[in-house]
Each structure stands twice: as structure tokens, then as C-alpha cells.
Write a protein that binds this ligand. Structure first.
Ligand code: F7E
Length: 334
């Protein structure tokens, strides 16, 4: 019989990648979608028609109990969150309710269905829990034992989700694992995140549709990988005999300036500076200056390895956005 998976956050970047991966593996895929997201529903019907959509919300526990009851999952992937760090400073309480307490609601929904011993659980933890301050381990990067020091309401809420997942593992013997994922990007990334904002603007500059891009702080460094590689790591975590926590990262760190450099080179521009304006609107009250992950445990125990490197990622995103914007231009001309 086909395995069943329930994914929260199915309309997001990771949810869409994971749904495709699980469908390819023969799973019956159920996805949670908020009730009134009709535009997203129709996009899902076109893109991922195989997904069984269930209307529920992470802040409404009874709706999650129903989602688990309907889907009877072998595996639950909790990917839904308020995930934009900048936004979390503006809406800290909502962030806590969704990104933090939402994890508890999902775990309880599994228990209330009496499935804590049968359904395996994945929690989307994040490198934002490290905060970049304890960066005194050159060449090593953050691993599963590094100190947490979150620097945003998002990071703090995620830390709660991380620990409540570990607590349910220890308290109720749940097969519950946390993936501490460093930044993972790609063509499915939302435009509000810096990599996609840049790849989209570069494509539009190339096609003469805009003449500059406005960004915040250009110095922070991130460990950027490709989302398609990372969802495979999530799946691998739930296939292990025992639950555990794993860092997924590339082991390399690059600044936003490095991303700009490569992205503009893709369209034949060697000096990106004249095309970039800094706008304080995109600065954050507290910044994570540098993130570098150490994926050794995942590589050794899961056999996981990222396939796409940094230049490959930048090229993939810029090429995709040039194609997308070209299609949109042609459609508008008709
Ligand atoms: O920012 C800087 C910004 O929003 C990256 C989420 O998926 O990864 C992501 O969080 C850096 C920051 O991602 C703009 O200040 C400059 O230093 O793309 P981002 P993030 O904050 O690293 C982690 C792992 C998650 O878990 C999160 O959910 O870029 N930056 N100028 C900018 N950032 C944005 N968004 N927009 C700018 O204009």
C-alpha cells in the first residue's frame, strides 16, 4: 500500500519540492492549505494536481486534528511558518503563534489521533536559531551541538518549535526529527527573499524592464544551497530507524555582494554597483551577520550530499527568471 504523507506549508518553496519528491516515490500526498487561499488553491491544482488539499490552519488545533484524521499519515512534514525574518519583527506575536505554537498544535493533533507511535514527524528547524554571534569556529561551521542565540522573533519562535519537538520525542517516544536547514533557494523561492529578489531584478534589468534594485544590508553572509537537494534530506531523516536532529548545509558561506557579482555576470555586467541602491527599509533591527553550516553528520549518517553548488544555484535562478519574464512580456504583448 502507498505510504501517506501530510505536509503543512505545501504552497511554499519546500512544500512544493517535497510534494514532487514524495509523489515520485509513490506516496499519497496530502497538503494543508489555509481555507480562503483560493488563488493558491488554483495554482496548486495546475502545478501539483496529485495533492489532496485539506483546509486547516496551524493556529487552529481542531483543524489540524481533522487534517491528521483525514490523511492518516505515515509521515508528517511540518514546513508551514511565518518564514520571513524581516516580517517577523513587524508581526512578532503572529510569528510566535504560527511558527512556534503551531508546532505544538501539530504534535498534539497527532497525539489526539492516537498516532504518536505510528506517524513519523519532521520539524523544519533553521540556522536562524544560531544567530551568527557564536561564530568563533572558523572552517568548522555550526553543527548540531553549537550554541543557539536567535536574533529575531522568527528565530526565537523556531527555537520553541525545535525544543518542543525534541520534548515530544523524549516524552512520548515519537519518531520526531528536526532538520536544521541553512538557507536553501531556487526558482520556487518567494520574491521577498534576497536571492530571488536579485535573480528576478537581474532578469528584468537584462530585458529592459527595470533599471535598478533596492536592497538592505549587502554584507551578511549565508550558507546558500538548492532547495531541491534539501527536501531529499528531510525525507531521509524520516527513513532512519531512530529519530534525530541534523544540519543540512553546503559548508560554504557567501555574501550578498558575492550573489550580486555572479548574478550580474550572468547577463554580461561585470560591475553591479551602479544598478544597486541601498534602502534602509530593507534593513533589520538585528542582523545575522554570518552563517556557515557543517553538514558532516547528515553526510555520514544519512548519506546526504548537496548536488548544486553556489555558482550553479545563481545561474539556475537567473536563467529561470529570464525565461519567466520573457514569457510574461510575450503574453502582455498579445
Ligand atoms: O535574507 C539581507 C538580509 O530574507 C538574507 C528564510 O528562509 O533563511 C531565510 O532567512 C540576508 C539577510 O533570508 C535584502 O538582511 C539585504 O541578512 O533572503 P533572506 P534569511 O533572513 O537568511 C533561513 C534559513 C530561514 O529559516 C528563513 O525562513 O539578506 N538582505 N537586502 C535582504 N533580505 C531581503 N529579504 N530583502 C532585501 O532587500
Amino acid at each position: 500500500m502507498a505510504k501517506k504523507a501530510l505536509i503543512s506549508g505545501i504552497t511554499g518553496q519546500d512544500g512544493r519540492h517535497l510534494a514532487e519528491l514524495l509523489n515520485d516515490k509513490g506516496y499519497e500526498v496530502h497538503g494543508i492549505i489555509r481555507g480562503q487561499e483560493n488563488t493558491k488553491k488554483s495554482i496548486m491544482k495546475q502545478e501539483l494536481s496529485f495533492v489532496h488539499l485539506i483546509e486547516a490552519d496551524l493556529t487552529d488545533q481542531s483543524s489540524l486534528v481533522r487534517a491528521v484524521e483525514i490523511s492518516q499519515p505515515d509521515e508528517v512534514y511540518n514546513l508551514a511558518a511565518i518564514s520571513h525574518v524581516g516580517y517577523s519583527f513587524k508581526n512578532p506575536q503572529l510569528t510566535l503563534d504560527v511558527t512556534g505554537k503551531g508546532v505544538l498544535n501539530m504534535l498534539e493533533a497527532i497525539r489526539l489521533n492516537g498516532m504518536e507511535k505510528t506517524a513519523r514527524f519532521y520539524q523544519a528547524s533553521t540556522s536562524e536559531m544560531f544567530g551568527g554571534l557564536d561564530y568563533n569556529r572558523p572552517g568548522k561551521g555550526y553543527d548540531e551541538n553549537a550554541l543557539f542565540h536567535p536574533r529575531s522573533p522568527y528565530g526565537v519562535a523556531k527555537l520553541y518549535g525545535h525544543w518542543i519537538t525534541k520534548n515530544y520525542r523524549e516524552s512520548y517516544g515519537m519518531h520526531a526529527s528536526c532538520g536544521i536547514l541553512f538557507n536553501h533557494e531556487g526558482p520556487k523561492r518567494g520574491i521577498e527573499f534576497v536571492t530571488r529578489k536579485i535573480s528576478n531584478a537581474v532578469a528584468r534589468i537584462h530585458l529592459g524592464l527595470q533599471d535598478h534594485i533596492e536592497l538592505g544590508n549587502l554584507d551578511p553572509k549565508r550558507d546558500w544551497g538548492y532547495a531541491g537537494d534539501y527536501v531529499e534530506g528531510m525525507w531521509l531523516m524520516l527513513q532512519q530507524p531512530k529519530p534525530d536532529d541534523y544540519v543540512l548545509a553546503t559548508g560554504e558561506t557567501h555574501s550578498i555582494k558575492d550573489f550580486l557579482e555572479l548574478a550580474f555576470k550572468e547577463i554580461g555586467i561585470n560591475d553591479w554597483r551602479p544598478y544597486v541602491k541601498q534602502n534602509p527599509l530593507f534593513m533589520r533591527p538585528a542582523e545575522v551577520d554570518i552563517l556557515l553550516g557543517n553538514p558532516k553528520k547528515a553526510e555520514e549518517k544519512l548519506g546526504w550530499k548537496r548536488r548544486v553548488d553556489f555558482p550553479g544555484l545563481v545561474k539556475m535562478m537567473v536563467d529561470h527568471d529570464i525565461e519567466l519574464e520573457t514569457k510574461a512580456m510575450k503574453k502582455n504583448k498579445k
